[in-house]
Write a protein that binds this ligand. Structure first.
Ligand code: AKB
Length: 314
């Protein structure tokens, strides 16, 4: 197989920033074209502005740069999505459909679509959630991702498109900030612990959610995309797990390193979103099909987060 030419949408997002760099480390700086509606710094070249709803612009970039793979990360997340449901649906679903159509038309090698635990809802089994379960998401973000999963599956079945997908849990990393998600608290809490030794959490203290360290999320994404085609049995979003914890448990873990750290709880509308998601995930299909295994748990993630953040934000 020749060297891939990769386009990343949403490259300035929380995962996009880290994944783009990881892909460049792996395939070469110029093999990865970063795109987004905003540009954060000069460290991101090659970069092109792209509004994912501008289909003509996307087509030009794919054609001009001879793109062979797309990592389609552009999306509005669960909490922000609730402020503007129609816009969220358009960006999240119509953006994906443009990518899938172009991938088919340009005969691309592969497409990556990030799904999420937000596809689950109140009718989904909450503990060790199996791969195939009732999906009745409560947010527009979850609706757009669960419908997106179906479209990915359809393009694979109908047109043979090699589309691969993961249901990400909440992702925690020191390199970038999330924007507008329900699991954002688990990143903010580290920043506030270091800067102010206090944090007001927008979820209740015992709300357990599936989470993952950024390093593991990046490893999973690249491992899935590099796995042999024959081993990929699921085209609509692999369940993926690393750890599950509550706000109280992460606060207690941080307190082991910052004893004066104090957390208060003031739940807002995001509590209801979190309560509709599941607590833990059965990811045995990902483990079996492409050898998934996480490296970080809550204790090792906390050590690494505090170590890196001390050097970057203080
Ligand atoms: C969010 O909270 O919206 C995201 C997600 C779990 O997909 N982090």
């Amino acid at each position: 197989m020749s060297k891939p030419k990769i386009l990343v949408t949403g490259a300035n997002g929380q995962i996009g920033r880290v994944l783009t760099q990881a892909l460049r480390n792996r395939y070469g700086q110029n093999a990865v074209l970063a795109t987004d509606i905003t540009k954060l710094g000069d460290d991101v070249e090659p970069f092109e502005f792209l509004d994912i709803l501008n289909n003509q612009r996307l087509r030009e970039l794919v054609s001009d740069h001879k793109i062979t793979q797309v990592y389609h990360l552009a999306a509005i997340l669960s909490a922000n999505g609730e402020w503007n449901p129609i816009k969220t649906w358009n960006i999240n679903l119509n953006g994906l459909l443009s990518v899938l159509e172009l991938a088919k038309e340009f005969n691309m090698e592969k497409v990556f679509f990030p799904s999420t635990i937000a596809v689950f809802g109140n009718t989904t089994p909450r503990i060790d959630t199996p791969q195939d379960v009732p999906l009745l998401p409560t947010t527009v973000y979850g609706m757009s991702k669960s419908t997106g999963e179906l479209w990915c599956n359809y393009y694979h079945q109908k047109f043979g498109l090699d589309v691969r997908s993961i249901r990400y849990p909440g992702i925690i990393g020191w390199q970038s900030l999330p924007a507008g998600g329900t699991t954002d608290y688990a990143v903010e809490i580290y920043h506030e612990a270091l800067k102010h030794q206090k944090y007001e959490c927008f979820l209740e203290e015992n709300t357990r959610l599936p989470m993952m360290y950024m390093d593991d999320a990046i490893k999973a994404t690249i491992d899935l995309m590099e796995a042999p085609k024959e081993s990929i049995a699921i085209r609509y979003g692999y369940n993926l797990a690393a750890m599950s914890f509550t706000p109280k448990e992460i606060a207690d873990e941080i307190k082991k390193h910052i004893p004066d750290f104090n957390v208060t709880y003031k739940p807002d509308f995001r509590q209801q979103i979190a309560a509709s998601w599941t607590e833990s995930i059965d990811d045995s299909m990902a483990r079996k099909d492409w050898g998934w295994q996480p490296n970080f748990d809550l204790a090792s993630m906390t050590i690494d987060m505090l170590h890196h953040l001390k050097n970057t934000i203080l």
